[in-house]
Every structure is written in C-alpha cells, then in structure tokens.
Design a protein around this ligand. Structure first.
Ligand code: ARG
Length: 566
C-alpha cells in the first residue's frame, strides 16, 4: 500500500532473509512522518536486541537517501521523515493511477450481494430500518470502491402481509378518502386497530374478524378480482412509500425480492432436507435442522407444525436462490443486532447444506436518543416508534433554522439534513448503539455531518473561484502543506480497512480529520490571495483539487452529499 513500507520490508529481507509486512503508523509529527515497529517484531525470531536490529535497518535506510531523517526511539521504534516535496510527488503518482484515488481492486472478479434496508410492507418506514439503510448503502459503496461486482437487494418483509387484515380493517375502520389522504400511514393504523380488535374478540372467545381476514386471503389466492384489486392497490401504496423514503435518504437497490417470493420454495426445501437427512421432522410435523456440529445447541426451526412457512423457511430458499441465480462469492446481510443469533443459526445451516458463499451479518446496535434534559433512552416518540419521514422533516426544519443565510436552496437543506443524520450513524463503530442528539448533530464546529460538508463546500468554492490554474513552481517545497499531504496519503489504506472490516465509521473518522486538517491549513496559509506567487498558488490549488476529490469520494461512500452552498 505504501512504498516506504515496501522499502522497509525489502531491507529486512535483504538483511535477515525474513519476510515481514512492515506496517507503518503515523506518530506525532515531531517524531516523524511514519513509524515502524519491525525491529521489535524481529527481535524474537532473530534472538537479538530490537535496538541493534533497528540500528542496522536505520543504516540501510540512511544509505538509500530516500528519507530526510531516520531516528530510533524507545525500545526500537524506527521513525522516518520524508521531505514534503517527495510526499507530494508520491501523492501525484497515486492520483495518476488508473483507478480513482481511494479505490482498489481487491474484489476484482468477485461478486457480492448486499441486502438492505429490508423494510416491512405492513407499516410505514420507521427508524427501525434507518441504520440498515445507511450502513447497507455504505457497505455497497465500500464494495464498489474495492472492485467487487455488487448486487443490491431489498429483502422486503411482505410475507403473511396483513393483506386480509388490511381489507377487513379498511372496510371496518377506514374509507377511500382517508386512504387517499394518508396512504401507508392509514394502512399502518388500520393494521394496528384491526390486530387489536382481533385480540379483543379472542378474549371473548370469538374469531369473526380473523375468519373474515382469512377469507380474503383465500379469495386472493383464488384470483377473485376484488381481492386482486385490493392487494395490488395496497401493495403499491406501501411500495411507493418505501421508494419515496429511500429516495429521501438517497439510497436504492437493484432488486426487491421479498419473503413472499421464497415461501413456497422454502417449504419444499424443508422437506427435501429431511429426505437428505440434513433436517429432522418432529412428531408434530415441524421441521428443524440440528446445528450441534456447528457449535449451536438450539436447532433452527424451518417449518411450522401446521406446515406453514416462517421467517427461516423464506431465508432458506433465499440462500439457495441467490447462490443459483447470482453465483455469489459473498452475501452481506445488513440487519440489526437483535437478529444476531438468528443469523448465526442461519449461516450454520448454510454450511451444513454445503453452501460455499461467504455469509456476513453486518450488524449494528440500536438507536438511543438524548432527551432535552440530557437523559438517554431508546429512541421513541409520543406515538411509539419514530417514523422516518417525521425524523427527516424535523432534520430539515433544524437545518433550515441553522442555515447562515436565507437563500440556501431546498435541495441543499435536504442534503444537510440527511448528512447530519447519516454522519450520526457513522460517528462510532456500527456495533455500538447510535446516539441521536439533536443538539450536536448540526454543530458546525464539531464532530458532525454539516461540519464536514462545510469543509467540502469551502474547498469547492475556492476551486470554483479559481478555475484557471497557472503552471506550478517546480521549486516549491510544500512545507506548509505537509500535514495535508500526509493525511491524503493515508486515504487509500483507510478505504481498504473500512472495506475489509465493513466499518464505514473509519471513513467518517477520516473525513472528519481531513476537515479539521483543512481548517488548520487555511488558518496558517493563504491559498489563492494576491500575496501568493502564481507558481505557489498553482501548487496549492492543485493540492486542493486532490482534497476535493477525497472529500467527495469519502462522503460518497457514506451516502452524504455535498451541498452547493451552506
Ligand atoms: N424484514 C426483516 C426485519 O425487518 C429483516 C430481513 C432481514 N433479512 C433476511 N434475509 N432475513 O426484521
């Protein structure tokens, strides 16, 4: 990844005939630009003092003339300094490569399916699927940036959808006008009310509403025109809503193959697995797959005793279908931590049936909110779950309120609102909970989306105001730009690590540090004012172009757009 690391590995090989991957870290600037611990790592295998090894490596590195300074610190750290000009040349070389700067080809020739946000059709889009949307989209982008062929699929929760319940409830509690006005929000309410009514009648030993709902399902299966009309209409309302909200978040998927599609095949597969001796049919008719050989005591239930499909039945068929249809090397399921055990079981079953696809549950923690009084609790609203559209509306309202001027366009306000929400999602490792705090989300001086967007807008503005870049002064030393250059040089490795570990927060941390570095830089260095000589101005502007590229590449991975003005 880094030519200096390669050089050190080479020196180690020449000196000791040892193969070692010399990873470089970035020490505090006063110690050096890069630092390596190879001497300590070699001490054991060579049975020698790390300090002596470091001395020998230092001598070789000094002789190479590549470093402006090589020094040894502590027990045997080797610190390296490179001239700013040489680093700038490294950067230009990396930018001149075939791939966009930041991309790599690690996934070349391989195919991955990324699954998100997998919303449920019965209810309006809520914050329950916010993180799958954000993290899943980022996973998609990380895979694309690292050369994978990517397929995306919204695994809709549409099975056992409340079709029957919707129709009965619509006729009992609602009407055309309300439905036309409130769409999925009306259907969501109908669903809740009808469910409650069914519970109530059950308590009285009755089941009229339930039977009626069942009748509608049978009618639909028999192709009854009225039932088909209802079904198509309700499904369209739900799907249009899902697309609309995904649009507001700036995400999409190529496929949306829901659970319903897989149910029948899943039931067949369950029986086939029994025949093959992989699954076991219990006395009550239910079918399970024992997973003890895979270290899991609880078997996975793949068919109910009444022969009906359940969640795992549809997922069994999904596994097979995806493998056969897309020939995947990897599948990433972006689903909350609550389903961790379920996916452990599912993936163990996949192994047991011989599936070769690498399966990853890219899980994330729950969303907490900070209340006005500073207390922390699971995110909720007076009505219960927080609807995503309410959240987006509120974010837009606050973005508007915080805007410095009145003539920021609506399109830019939307980008700021979504940027603030998304950055919050990536602010920490996805495995920790997401902490939603309206008071800090829009902070233009802190760790927030808008802070970074503002830094990107600023670079873009300078470049926009200086469209002509004169010839660069070849003798310029880039001393003032050294930290910015070093930061930019780190980027490809950050993308690699974020992709390898499916950790988009690494991109967020990086892009924040870049924004901070840029602000520091402007404070000390005039870029495009008249006091700067044209050849130096040119050098600075061409570096800013590289900064602008890096901002937009990184924010694009996170699904955060850069406003045209802020
Ligand atoms: N719709 C499900 C839910 O909201 C998530 C589906 C996850 N994907 C899967 N293949 N099971 O909980």
């Amino acid at each position: 990844m880094n030519k200096y690391a390669d050089q050190i590995s080479q020196v180690v090989n020449d000196l000791y005939n040892q193969t070692i991957d010399a990873e470089l870290t970035r020490p505090e600037p006063r110690f050096g630009d890069y630092s390596t611990n190879v001497a300590m790592r070699l001490a054991g295998p060579l049975s020698r003092r790390p300090r002596d090894i470091a001395e020998e490596i230092k001598a070789k590195l000094d002789a190479s003339g590549v470093f402006s300074e090589v020094s040894i610190a502590g027990p045997g750290f080797i610190n390296l300094k490179v001239s700013a000009k040489a680093l700038d040349e490294d950067l230009n070389e990396a930018f001149a490569g075939d791939l966009p700067y930041g991309n790599n080809n690690d996934g070349a020739g391989k195919k991955v399916l990324v699954e998100y946000p997998s919303t449920n059709m019965a209810k309006p889009f809520s914050v329950g699927h916010l993180r799958s949307s954000n993290q899943g989209w980022a996973a998609r982008n990380l895979m694309l940036a690292t050369g994978w062929e990517v397929i995306t699929d919204n695994h809709l929760g549409d099975y056992g959808t409340p079709f029957g319940i919707w129709v009965v409830g619509f006729q009992k509690f609602s009407n055309e006008d309300k439905l036309a006005e409130r769409g999925i929000y009306e259907l969501g309410d109908i669903y809740i009310k009808t469910k409650a009514a069914i519970k109530e009648e059950q308590a009285q030993g009755k089941h009229d509403i339930e039977d009626e709902a069942q009748q509608w399902l049978l009618k639909l299966e028999a192709g009854d025109p009225e039932a088909v009309e209802y079904s198509e209409r309700f499904n369209k309302i739900s799907l249009d809503h899902i697309h609309h909200v995904m649009g507001r978040l700036g995400i999409s998927t190529q496929y949306e193959i829901g659970e319903k599609f897989y149910a029948e095949r899943g039931k067949e597969l369950a029986h086939e697995l029994v025949d093959k001796g992989v699954a076991v049919q219990n006395a009550d008719g239910s079918i399970i797959v024992p997973l003890e050989d895979y270290g899991i005591k609880t078997p996975i239930l793949i068919l109910k005793s009444n022969g009906a499909a359940l969640y795992a039945t549809t997922d069994l068929a999904t596994l097979i279908y995806r493998d056969e249809t897309f020939h995947l090397d990897r599948a990433i399921y972006c689903v909350a931590s609550e389903q961790k055990f379920y996916f452990e079981q599912l993936f163990a079953m996949a192994k047991k049936i011989g599936l070769k696809t690498e399966l990853i549950h890219m899980w994330f923690g729950l969303i907490d909110q900070i209340n006005e009084d500073g207390t922390r609790e699971k995110m909720s609203s007076r009505k219960g779950v927080v609807l995503l559209e309410d959240l987006l509306d509120e974010a837009e309202r606050r973005a508007r309120e915080n805007a410095k001027s009145d003539d920021i366009s609506d399109a830019d306000i939307k980008k700021i609102a979504v940027g603030a929400i998304k950055f919050t999602d990536f602010a920490a490792d996805r495995r920790t909970g997401m902490l939603f705090d309206w008071r800090t989300m829009f902070n233009l001086t802190g760790y927030s989306g808008p802070y970074i967007q503002y830094a990107a807008v600023r670079v873009n503005k300078i470049l926009h105001d200086n469209p002509e870049i004169p010839p660069i002064d070849d003798t310029y030393d880039y001393q003032a730009e050294k930290e910015v250059i070093l930061k930019l040089l780190d980027y490809p490795n950050i993308v690699k690590q974020a992709a390898d570990n499916l950790e988009p927060h690494r991109i967020a941390t990086y892009v924040y540090e870049l924004a901070r570095e840029m602000n520091r830089y402007y404070e000390n260095t005039p870029v495009a004012t008249d006091e700067v000589a044209p050849g130096v101005k040119a050098a600075r502007l061409s570096l800013l172009k590289q900064v602008a590229h890096t901002f937009s590449h990184a924010l694009n991975i996170l699904g955060i757009e850069i406003p045209s003005r802020m």
